[in-house]
Design a protein around this ligand. Structure first.
Ligand code: SF4
Ligand code: SF4
Length: 287
């Protein structure tokens, strides 16, 4: 069993400006970029020294792949023998030439298509480059009913085996019509799971045991949603803080969290693609 680290440093800028996004409204100064780089390098140094099975997932507040340092970080991680997966959430807008330096079989890309900011043709071309390079990737959208036509077109233009996910807009869930629910579910068989907040209080979750959220200072939490620190990655005894724990939140409604909630059985559904959100083939839907 590998340790999975979900790294979220201070970087919080984005080249897009989605109106619904609570993140990425910041523009880093040169000094802030430099500070982010220092923290990132410290994290990478720790990953290099760990020497046990490790998977890393970058889940930034904004867009990381427009920054050379995150491209290089992913590439560097893929060359570490004890790292099984180096994955990232991205809007996939940045050039992909950095992939030349990475070991493709270890990369995972969770790509979000934002029709208000990206041209579908360009986005699909980026996906096809991932395809050609043999990289494990998923593609998805934030599930506003208004994106449905674009989403269907995207689905049709991607290879059939590619998983296309839809993130439910929870505030709108009660307003989804049966037709919209059916359309999203036809595209993403796992959409109904995303539509609900899963009861989690007292339930076993891998968060805090084999999955950790790590911030730029190394503070380790069981997930991005429970703020209580478990310890610090950079302290020598940090592994003593790992262990089975019951969730203390009433519900867990975000894929990045509930995918580790044990009673849902999603570790089997996603297998090796769990970080980049690629399920086993039978769960990928059909165009
Ligand atoms: S692309 Fe992602 S991080 Fe950037 S503004 Fe949109 S939702 Fe936020
Ligand atoms: S169930 Fe969700 S909120 Fe609870 S520990 Fe797991 S990831 Fe965190």
């Amino acid at each position: 069993m590998s340790l999975k680290l979900l790294y979220r440093g201070p970087l919080s800028s984005c080249n897009y400006g989605c109106t619904y996004c609570p993140f990425a409204k910041h523009h880093e100064t040169a000094a802030e970029h430099a500070a982010d780089e220092v923290k990132l390098q410290r994290f990478l140094g720790w990953c290099e020294s760990y020497r046990k099975p490790l998977d890393v997932f970058f889940t930034p507040w904004g867009e990381a792949l427009t920054q050379r340092r995150y491209q290089q970080a992913l590439a560097r991680l893929t060359h570490l023998p004890h790292v099984g997966r180096a994955a990232v959430q991205t809007n996939l807008s940045a050039k992909l030439d950095w992939l030349d330096d990475a070991q493709p079989s270890k990369l995972g890309i969770w790509a979000t298509f934002h029709p208000d900011w990206a041209k579908r043709q360009k986005f699909v071309a980026q996906c096809l480059e991932l395809e050609e390079r043999g990289i494990s990737y998923s593609v998805g959208v934030v599930g506003f009913p208004s994106v449905l036509d674009e989403l269907k077109a995207l689905r049709a233009e991607l290879p059939p085996h590619v998983y296309v996910w839809v993130n439910a807009v929870k505030d709108l869930a009660s307003q989804y019509t049966p037709e919209v629910l059916q359309a999203f579910t036809a595209l993403d068989p796992l959409f109904p799971l995303n539509l609900k907040a899963h009861p989690s209080l007292g339930k076993a979750c891998a968060g805090g045991q084999t999955v950790l959220s790590i911030d730029g200072d190394g503070v380790a939490r069981r997930c991005h949603f429970l703020r209580e620190p478990l310890g610090n990655l950079y302290e020598p005894d940090f592994e003593s803080k790992l262990g089975p724990r019951a969730c203390t939140a009433a519900t867990c409604g975000c894929h990045i969290g509930y995918v580790h909630l044990e009673y849902l059985g999603l570790q089997q559904v996603f297998g090796r693609g769990i970080l980049e959100r690629v399920p086993q083939r039978e769960w990928r839907g059909r165009p």
